[in-house]
Structures are given as structure tokens and as C-alpha cells.
Design a binder for this molecule. Structure first.
Ligand SMILES: [Zn+2]
Length: 296
């Protein structure tokens, strides 16, 4: 069917930088193991705020040149993670960043938030049927924290997973393929609390003006709802380097980072997931491998 490696992982994200923050170490780990890792990013992140003052002119309300710049940041991040297959949904610039929920940018016809769901999903079906991943990673229905592009990325990913498996749907896009396991990104509450305790304990050594709270972390779940913990300690440095590559969006300092709100957050070396479709590969406890129980 395909000349690709036996194990194949697909991640669907809203903006350049989301993949490195959420799954950077997981992507580096699987890429290093020879898994074919495919990243699909839905927008160029044109509406992001810019952290470095010398690049502030790129912002949407000035030169409106952030999208092209962030394509370069994403490419650099993928080099740090060892991921070669990264694509934009429908091609670069097909869908525009919708801005934060309630912003006037939500209503632009080209915004991802306004995209026709099945039309957007068809772009992803083509990728799914070509790459034939066993595992899909995306956001929960709230997109982790309610950003319209994250919510839409969730909807498109879940819809595309269904349509890709549907024999009657668009055979011009390839032969049907059913993804064996679907995971949503999450972080256990106890891990978030411990991370912020470390951050507070570091006190004045933190170079950020303030400290975020657990409520600022996307996808926080009660510990018992988390189903997989991928130990990615060996790839923490690659994750930090990938996050650093998104310099317009993220400031990394040691085990901490900040987004454009300047509030310090802990970097999580272990990445966590909730299995929402397919069967867990372990009979009890947390899975440590997203491919557990999957035939390559
Ligand atoms: Zn995002």
C-alpha cells in the first residue's frame, strides 16, 4: 500500500508552535525510532502576537507578514524534532488564523473558523489515505482552551478520521483507511500543580514578569482520565529547541517558558494523552506507547 515505515503517526494542530508545545518530545521520540511522523498544521498563525520587539513589525496589524515568517519557524522546529513530513491543511495559506474567540477576525470568510467542515476535512482525508497512520493525535472538543482554530482543528481531525474510513466517500482521494487509535492531548492536574510548585519555588530566578496558573494550561484533566504517559525525558532538549525555534511566539528559559502574555509556565518533559477511539494496548494502568496493541 505504501513505502512508508511500518508505524505511522499523524498529528493535527491549529498553528505553528502548538505541535512543539503539546507533542514536541513525542514527535522527536517516534521520529528517532523510525516512525513516520506527519504533522498537519491548519493555519499559518497570522494573528499571533509577536514577542521579540525587533520582529513586532511582522504582526497582522502592521506588515501582516507573520504567516510566512512562522512557516520558517515551523520548518526549523521540525528539523530540531527530526520530522520531515509537515504540511499545511489544503496547502500554505488555504485557511487563515481566526484570532482569539470573539475577535473580529473570526468572521473573515478566509478564517479557519468559517471553513466548511467537510471541505476542510476532505483535505485531511487525502493525507490520511496517502499516509495511512495507525495513530492520530489532536485536541479535545474545546481545543484545549477554547481558541476557535483549536476547536476547528479538533472538528476537522475527527470528521476526517470518519470520512477517511468511509468507503463511499470521495474515492478520488484514495482508498479507505481506518485509524486504529485516536488520542486527545491532555495534562494531568497533579502534574500541572507540581510544575507550578517548581516554578514558584524557583522564585526570582525566573526571567518572566509573572507566573501563569493551572487555568492557563490547555487540556488539564483529572489524573484518572489520562490514559497514556509517553516518557520523553530523552527528547526534552529537542522539544525545548523546537519551542525556541518558534521565537516570535515562545520565550524558553531552562525548564520554563512563556507565551506572549509573559507569564512563566513549566515545560512538561513527559507528554500525556487520552485515548478516545480504539483499544488500549495495556490491560491496566497507563499506556507508555501510543502504538501499543497496534499492528505495524
Ligand atoms: Zn494555537
Amino acid at each position: 500500500m505504501t513505502d512508508l515505515p511500518g508505524r505511522r503517526l499523524l498529528l493535527v494542530h491549529a498553528h505553528p508552535d502548538d505541535e512543539s508545545i503539546n507533542n514536541g518530545a513525542t514527535m522527536a521520540k517516534y521520529a528517532a525510532e523510525g516512525v513516520h511522523v506527519t504533522l498537519v498544521t491548519c493555519t499559518l498563525g497570522e494573528e499571533g502576537e509577536v514577542i521579540p520587539p525587533e520582529l513586532a513589525h511582522l504582526a497582522a496589524d502592521r506588515d501582516n507578514a507573520l504567516g510566512a515568517h512562522r512557516m520558517g519557524e515551523l520548518a526549523a522546529a521540525m528539523r530540531e524534532l527530526g520530522v520531515e513530513d509537515h504540511r499545511f491543511l489544503g496547502g500554505p495559506g488555504c485557511y487563515r488564523d481566526s484570532g482569539m474567540m470573539g475577535a473580529p477576525q473570526n468572521d473573515r470568510p478566509e478564517s479557519f473558523w468559517r471553513a466548511d467542515l467537510d471541505e476542510a476535512a476532505a483535505h485531511l482525508v487525502e493525507v490520511i489515505r496517502a499516509v495511512r497512520p495507525q495513530v492520530l493525535v489532536t485536541y479535545d472538543p474545546d481545543g484545549g482552551y477554547g481558541h476557535p482554530d483549536h476547536i476547528q482543528a479538533h472538528r476537522v481531525a475527527m470528521r476526517a478520521a470518519d470520512l477517511a474510513a468511509e468507503p463511499a466517500f470521495r474515492r478520488d482521494l484514495g482508498d479507505p483507511h481506518e485509524i486504529a487509535k485516536i488520542y486527545w492531548n491532555c495534562v494531568p492536574l497533579s502534574v500541572v500543580e507540581a510544575g507550578f510548585a517548581r516554578l514558584r519555588a524557583a522564585g526570582r530566578e525566573i526571567p518572566f514578569p509573572g507566573i501563569a496558573t493551572a487555568a492557563d494550561v490547555p487540556g488539564v484533566l483529572p489524573d484518572e482520565e489520562v490514559t497514556a504517559a509517553v516518557d520523553t525525558t530523552a527528547h526534552a532538549a529537542a522539544k525545548a529547541a523546537a519551542m525556541r525555534a518558534h521565537a516570535t511566539q515562545i520565550a524558553v528559559d531552562g525548564p520554563f517558558f512563556a507565551l506572549s502574555n509573559d507569564l512563566g509556565q513549566p515545560l512538561f518533559p513527559t507528554e500525556y494523552y487520552r485515548l478516545v477511539r480504539g483499544w488500549p494496548g495495556v490491560s491496566e494502568g497507563l499506556e507508555s506507547d501510543l502504538f501499543a496493541g497496534v499492528e505495524a
